[in-house]
Write a protein that binds this ligand. Structure first.
Ligand code: PSZ
Length: 284
């Protein structure tokens, strides 16, 4: 995908230049978003853009565009790159200035960058389910911010990958928070349960879509922390994210979940999610 955004410009990727003292590069001092693209259009764009502005505000950064301008700019990028099914990555850093922990002065402008890529839907994994491991959540206490700092998430995901697993499900003192790059849910006796949207998790946009679909379809959905034991003993487990959508988890560590196949309610949610993707396309 040839073109990228730098600040208010769309340019060829090969011509894009980032300063070596950009604070995103040096400190991870910035925030980001990933938005799914289905059939050339951005899915739940408004929700992702809102969270981008909120994340920026939480770290005392101001996005140098209004939401309408930014939306038009990223939509233009998707169009110019002719993305069909893929994703848009966008980030905002506190700008480039001589390395110093203290914020730079007001003369330093934040730096916005964005690019797109083609990403197929993970059909096989969604149909058959994936494996996960459980790890300690060693992250900071502001996981509600979609910060560029992802070291603990990367270490957790690498551990999962080395064990042949798709995701690492994190816990604090035995209470499950979320995956390294996903929200986590259990289903017991027909009821879906997930960690409440506090400072300890990212309030996923997919999570919010799922909550709404549950409300509309009379599927019990509760936001209450649950224990690792509940995870191992659940009837069904699934995770969610922008690219994983509703992803069944069929094994955690050595424990097979249910009968080792995606469960009934998880499959129902997958169907509802696909219907939502389709209806959003038609309502554009
Ligand atoms: O491409 C990928 O693998 C993606 S795109 C977005 C994610 C992964 N994950 C976002 C995420 C996250 O990083 C953490 C720590 N918790 C929850 C989520 C799910 O958020 P949404 O649903 O907004 O993508």
């Amino acid at each position: 995908m040839g073109k990228v955004i730098i600040n208010d410009q769309i340019t060829e990727r090969s011509e894009a230049v980032i300063d070596i003292e950009d604070r995103g590069y040096q400190f991870g001092d910035g925030v980001y978003e990933v938005i799914r693209i289905y059939d050339g259009s951005l899915f739940t764009a408004e929700e992702h853009l809102n969270r981008f502005y909120q994340s920026a505000e939480k770290i005392k950064m101001i996005v140098p565009f209004d939401k309408k301008q930014l939306r038009a700019l990223v939509e233009q990028l998707v169009k110019e790159n002719q993305v069909k099914d893929g994703s848009l990555y966008m980030q905002l850093t506190r700008g480039a200035s001589p390395r110093n922990h203290v914020f730079p002065g007001e003369e330093i402008q934040p730096v916005l960058t964005a690019y797109t890529k083609e990403v197929p839907r993970p059909e096989e994994a969604m149909a058959n389910g994936v494996k996960a491991i459980v790890v300690d959540d060693i992250r900071w206490l502001r996981c509600d911010i979609k910060s560029l700092n992802l070291l603990p998430n990367i270490l957790a995901k690498q551990e999962a990958s080395e064990q042949g697993c798709f995701e690492a499900i994190q816990h604090r003192n035995g209470l499950v928070t979320e995956g390294s790059s996903s929200n986590a849910y259990i289903i017991k006796d027909g009821k879906i349960q997930t960690h409440p949207a506090t400072n300890l998790i990212l309030n996923g946009i997919t999570r919010q879509v799922i909550a709404k679909l549950c409300a509309e379809n009379d599927i019990p959905f509760s936001e209450e922390p649950f224990h690792i034991d509940d995870l191992f003993n659940a009837d069904e487990v699934f995770i969610s994210s922008t690219t994983s959508e509703v992803m069944p988890v069929i094994q955690i560590d050595e424990q097979v979940i249910g009968d080792g196949k995606p469960g009934r309610i998880t499959s129902q949610l997958q169907s509802l999610f696909v219907a939502k993707i389709e209806s959003d396309k038609h309502n554009k």
